[in-house]
Design a protein around this ligand. Sequence first.
Ligand code: DQA
Length: 150
Amino acid sequence: MKNQVTRILVIHGPNLQLLGDREPEMYGRATLEQINEKLRKEADRLGVELRIVQSNHEGEIVDVIGEASRTADAILINPAAYTHTSVAIRDALAAVSIPAVEVHLSNIYCREDFRRHSLIAPVVAGQVSGFGLESYLLGLRAVIGLVRGG
Ligand code: DQA
């Protein structure tokens, strides 16, 4: 079991496929593909396997999380707008037995009031918010640490 390679499921929520063009002053100029490339490189360096999913659909994200304990050891998720609205995604994360880390490109705590509350934060191991693309890389290292017990 412990000999098997660590598998991380990366989930990007709604509108993140637009990164690069979408409010670059808020989210940076990197496209989702460029973020995924950085994640894959870091994953290779750290010897972990990534499965990366982007979806604009709440139910699809719920489905992917629900299947994750059979196919992954941990979840790295940017729930995007669903951070602030989705009881269903929160419940899905609470239901699976594997750990999760929440990431945000922007610092959600210094933005509009409605973004300052995460429904997801209480059911994940931790959150990284505000470091742009680096949030994902920090989150990846954190989630690998959780699996490996570091
Ligand atoms: C975001 C922050 C959310 O409030 C927003 O809805 C997003 C992106 C971020 O990465 O900073 O779509 O999750």
